[in-house]
Design a protein around this ligand. Sequence first.
Ligand SMILES: [Zn+2]
Length: 177
Amino acid sequence: MKYKSVLAGALSCLLITATAPSSANAYGFIGPKWPDSTLDYKWGSNLQTPGSVIRDGFVSALQDWNNSPTTISYTYRETSKNTLNSYYVVDSNHYGNTAYTVSDTEVTILDFTCYINSGNPNITKANVTRSVGNHELGHSFGLDHFETGTRVMNSKRDRTQIYVPQQDDINGANALY
Ligand SMILES: [Zn+2]
């Protein structure tokens, strides 16, 4: 198995300016994806208790993707290989990351862990955890960053304003599954 992380991508939120693509498709893929879009998750060690800002953000994001016009579906399962969790780094530029295990051929995602940074002072602002949750869940099924425009996968978006999957994010999900 190989390990892949978009931590570096998350860290580079404010540092990289993507080259405008020639494609009309305003989304990107990490490469590997799931065999299908029916996914499950469990809560990580830091999110065992309902009602925290970060867990609530993930809950909203799970509902947003489940209710979106895509086939993406997340269901809680206690024994899931996939985990939603938080971490703590005091850094106002560092919102989250998603780590994967992928198949040897790098075609298939075998499991994911999505993290939201509880040490980011912006994380308690309205809609920010929901926005980060939707972004990290986008990574969990194979979307990559797309660094321009009104997209939840744009890591330079205003997270207080763009916090649910947008049309290009939905188009990306529907192109994958
Ligand atoms: Zn990201």
